[in-house]
Design a protein around this ligand. Sequence first.
Ligand code: TMP
Length: 239
Amino acid sequence: MKKMEQLYEGKAKKVFKTDDENLYIVDYKDDATAFNGLKKGQIAGKGVVNNKMSNFLMQIMEKNGIPTHFVEEISDRETVVKRVEIVPLEVIIRNIAAGSFSKRFGVEEGKKLNCTTLEYCLKNDDLGDPMINDYQIIAIGAATKEDLDTIADLTFKVNDVLKDFMRNYLKDLNIDLIDFKIEFGKTPDGQIILADEISPDTCRLWDATTHEKLDKDRFRRDMGNVEEAYAEVFKRLGL
Ligand code: TMP
């Protein structure tokens, strides 16, 4: 596999073409941003943690019948993934109230929700990733109804698998999955698969006993011990 020219540089990752037209290489950076890029910084070692954690979890998803972009980890920060066109949606699941949900609806952070919620934001930096509903997504053509149905089904399944994994298979983990954001891509043959990453950048992870935040909120909210939190999750996962 040959790494070819850079295709794209995002806030946290770079994407490269390869000599196989159906494969890309993602390269995870230590750069961190928040509030649509307004706050910028670095979290030393984050790229390694996010690469390895995401790959580990993507493989668990695959084992549970959820198709993903994962192909092969080729270095601490680099992974070969399937070429997809990203569906321009941030797909968010919440098990416990936090973040923008708590703010928007006036619900105390940490309150267990009566049911798991699914919400979407349109991926558009110029517009600040606005919240969008199913009808609006289909109306503007961000996804078809069929693709959105697939995305919703897969997203609830990801939540079930992740929660089950954290509770039952890795008891030492002692982490509660508060909420997370995932993204999907479409392969050249039209299959919807899980793409992007699953990491402390994109999940809220709280210590199940102390409720200490072990995720990017420590950076977003200037709480300190950011690197330590990423390293702690990495260690508890046994990576
Ligand atoms: P929110 O409460 O700020 O809407 O965030 C919900 C979840 O989505 C949380 O786990 C953090 C994650 N997230 C991202 O991955 N990228 C983003 O740009 C934002 C705003 C949140």
